[in-house]
Design a protein around this ligand. Structure first.
Ligand SMILES: [Zn+2]
Length: 402
């Protein structure tokens, strides 16, 4: 546990990121001081880090700390609603497609021009700012150049090189690192109360992805699904079996994504209701009803987008798990003596290592990395899974997903 992240505060959710916490806490102190914000605070930030390092969680933590009177206590209404996406002054833009278009950015810039409603700051987070197309980025640039007082932009991207230099130069950069396995395991023991063996397994299997580690440690279904993803290469005999296995994995992925989406949807609908229905009120009328209905419609749209996105994210996890499997196979083939990611599957991995060449393993890993890119630019996650299975079956084949 970091000395900067008191248990229970919003900061305790950022694992293995002490330097970033110091920077953001200083910003929050200067943001909440009397009069103008001090130099540690600025109106535009770029949060970078490898997938799973917690870019979006760093962004929403920072957002919560900016709208909380206590700088991120973790227990007040502001902290809780900011984290769940229900705070009026915090907007988190999660792109659905491969590009963020001008039409997506315009409403955000309009929003940024307004003063915050209840908090001291209005916070707009753009996840995957690397997907801004040029027109959208240039439009956003104007807003970054002429900042509205008390609005802060937080852009997230894999690295500084993934955004336009003009955007990068107008934002302050904080870089997350892949959290060490030991830090993740310690967090799982402290926060989730799991035993050390399970924590060590989940931390290793997550390959540095904190959210994934948490799910593996605490959720039986997540562990079972992961086993299913990892066993899938054993059932690939011919093309029809590749398609069938891809279909089964897709069903499993959808079940995970749906259960996650259902839970989030329910919380948000509850939150919306609690904002409109005062104690004892059973029916809304007039302007209040119209406002509620408009918000409910907007929420339903957002939820539908998120559900699709959660499917894509879970397919990505399945592919990452498979890449880890072939990394293990290659480790055995090279006799590298490095700890296996999937140590509990050593017998199967040794068998796979004996039945293929190092080149096969490298080709499979390359093909899978390529399919991850395709996944985020294509509309059919199922087709991506089919391409994944075909290329695992025969590493000499290259599949283009149409
Ligand atoms: Zn708070």
């Amino acid at each position: 546990m970091s000395s900067h992240s008191l248990p229970g505060s919003v900061w305790s959710g950022l694992i293995g990121q002490d330097d970033v916490i110091v920077t953001l806490q200083a910003a929050v102190r200067h943001a909440h001081g009397p009069g103008e914000a001090g130099p540690a605070m600025t109106h535009a930030w770029l949060v970078t880090g490898p997938p799973g390092s917690g870019r979006s969680s760093a962004a929403t933590t920072f957002a919560a700390a900016l709208v909380c009177d206590e700088g991120g206590c973790g227990s007040c209404q502001a902290c809780r609603t900011a984290a769940q996406g229900g705070h009026a002054d915090v907007h988190v833009e999660i792109p659905e497609g491969s590009e963020i278009l001008l039409d997506h950015v315009k409403p955000l810039v309009q929003m940024a021009a307004q003063a915050p409603m209840t908090a001291t700051w209005r916070v707009i987070v753009i996840e995957d700012a690397d997907r801004l197309n040029d027109r959208a980025a240039n439009y956003l640039l104007k807003a970054l150049e002429e900042p509205t007082p008390h609005t802060v932009w937080i852009l997230c991207a894999p690295s500084v090189d993934d955004v336009l230099p003009t955007i990068a130069s107008r934002t302050r950069h904080v870089g997350l690192r892949t959290p060490p396995t030991a830090s993740i395991a310690a967090m799982l023991v402290d926060d989730c109360g799991v035993d050390e063996t399970l924590a060590a397994f989940a931390a290793r299997a997550s390959q540095g992805h904190v959210g994934r580690a948490r799910a593996l440690a605490t959720d039986e279904m997540t562990r079972e699904r992961r086993q299913q993803y990892l066993r899938s290469p054993m059932n690939l005999r011919d093309l029809p079996s590749c398609v069938a296995v891809a279909g089964e994995v897709f069903e499993a992925v959808s079940a995970v994504a749906d259960s996650r989406a259902d839970r989030l949807d329910e919380e948000e609908v509850h939150l919306l209701k609690s904002r409109y229905y005062a104690e004892g009120v059973t029916r809304l009328t007039g302007a209040l009803k119209r406002s509620h209905d408009a918000e409910a419609k907007e929420l339903a749209k957002e939820q539908k987008r998120r559900r699709k996105r959660l499917v894509i994210d879970e397919v990505d996890r399945a592919i990452v798990d498979l890449i880890g499997l072939f990394r293990d196979v290659l480790t055995v083939q090279m006799q590298a003596g490095v700890e296996l990611i999937n140590g509990e599957m050593r017998a199967q991995i040794e068998q796979m290592a004996a039945g293929s060449t190092r080149e096969d393993s490298v080709r499979r890993m390359d093909a899978l990395e390529h399919e991850r890119v395709v996944l985020f630019s294509e509309s059919s996650p199922r087709a991506v899974l089919e391409a994944v299975m075909v290329q695992i079956k025969d590493p000499n084949v290259r599949v283009g997903v149409a």
